[in-house]
Design a protein around this ligand. Structure first.
Ligand SMILES: [Mg+2]
Length: 222
């Protein structure tokens, strides 16, 4: 019987891909409005290239963009980028339409709900708080805090220790195939979340869903 559900955060409980893309556009727009001589689309693709090269947790993407375009540092334009980015994120961060109703339904079923997320601890916690999801979760396990990240065994084991559960009692929900494979390896049952209409592998997880709202009925049958 399932007693404990572990959720991924990004692109499982809310749409981080859309949020990041809106925020990057807002940042570039704001930099242009303060004098960066670029078209919006061109600026967005330059910024994406820098993000791909440096990784998304690097903190000086806008500095590099400004310097690349202007050939010098420009702190006013960098600040404009930061403001545009944060304003857009704060305005647009929200759970998926069915996140809250699903979490309420699962809580009513008496399940323990938990998060296992890869990333910087403060950044991931900020998302949980801004999304208003804190009260639903018994434990939030973040890779930076525990020194192991999905799909490493250790992070799933730590999460199960904290939730006082065995793999047999646990269900793991994630949109990422590698993270699902890691959870399979520690013996959890797994649900691959695929909201896009694109084809996805159906052979890696025990179950696959297109919306979180499918979860309560799925768990009831287990
Ligand atoms: Mg994810």
């Amino acid at each position: 019987m399932i007693t404990t559900v572990f959720f991924d955060l990004d692109d499982t409980l809310y749409d981080t891909t859309r949020l990041a893309s809106l925020a990057r556009r807002a940042a570039v727009h704001s930099m242009i409005s303060k004098g960066l001589p670029l078209e919006l689309e061109e600026g967005c693709s330059k910024l994406m290239k820098i993000i791909r090269e440096k990784g998304s947790n690097f903190s000086n993407h806008f500095d590099i963009l400004a310097e690349e375009v202007l050939g010098r540092k420009d702190f006013k334009i960098v600040s404009a980028g930061i403001i545009g980015y944060h304003n857009s994120k704060f305005a647009n961060i929200m759970p998926y339409d069915d996140t809250i109703s699903t979490l309420i339904a699962l809580k009513r079923m008496g399940l323990s709900l938990n998060i296992i997320s890869n990333g910087r601890a403060v950044k991931q916690w900020e998302k949980v708080l801004r999304l208003g999801l804190e009260a639903f979760f018994d434990n939030v396990v973040i890779s930076e805090e525990v020194g192991a990240e999905k799909p490493e065994r250790r992070i799933y084991e730590i999460a199960m220790e904290r939730a006082h559960c065995n793999p047999d009692d646990a269900l793991f929900v994630d949109n990422d195939i590698d993270c699902i494979i890691g959870a399979n390896e520690v013996g959890m049952r797994t649900v691959l979340m695929n909201r896009s209409r694109k084809e996805s592998r159906t052979d890696v997880s025990d179950f696959h869903i297109k919306a979180l709202s499918e979860l309560p009925a799925l768990i009831e049958k287990l």
